[in-house]
Design a protein around this ligand. Structure first.
Ligand code: FES
Length: 126
């Protein structure tokens, strides 16, 4: 069902785990499958210095989180927000049609983490 790239990333994700010093966290879930994805970002000068994830989910959810974290590292927040689930799927070499929603979860988790960062920095400014 999965291509080799997806399986390789799933077996050996580079960005799994807690990110120490993270200043943005996004938690999203899919009600239908019950999978939950958390993305942590460390933002400095509006750029994503580091990103990690913790995903309780299927093979493609874990692989999607990993490539999504990899893709946003080093990017300006505005550019990171432009990463779509299609980009995630492309980076994975494709996902089975019934697994497209797993890549959507990764896009949503990135958005949630960046929103969380922006909210917390705004609060500090007040
Ligand atoms: Fe739901 Fe993969 S089956 S995130």
């Amino acid at each position: 069902m999965y291509n080799e790239k997806v399986l390789k990333i799933f077996e050996n994700p580079k960005n799994a785990g807690l990110l120490k010093g993270a200043n943005g966290v996004g938690k999203v879930g899919n009600m239908q499958c019950g999978d939950v994805m958390k993305v942590y970002v460390l933002v400095e000068h509006d750029k994503i210095k580091d990103a990690k994830f913790k995903t309780f989910g299927c093979v493609s959810a874990i692989a999607s989180s990993d490539v999504a974290c990899e893709m946003i590292k080093g990017k300006h927040l505005d550019d990171a927000l432009k990463v779509t689930n299609k980009d995630v799927m492309e980076a994975l070499g494709g996902l089975p049609p019934q697994k497209v929603h797993c890549s959507v979860l990764a896009q949503e988790a990135i958005e949630a983490a960046i929103t969380d960062y922006k909210k917390s920095t705004e609060k500090k400014k007040k």
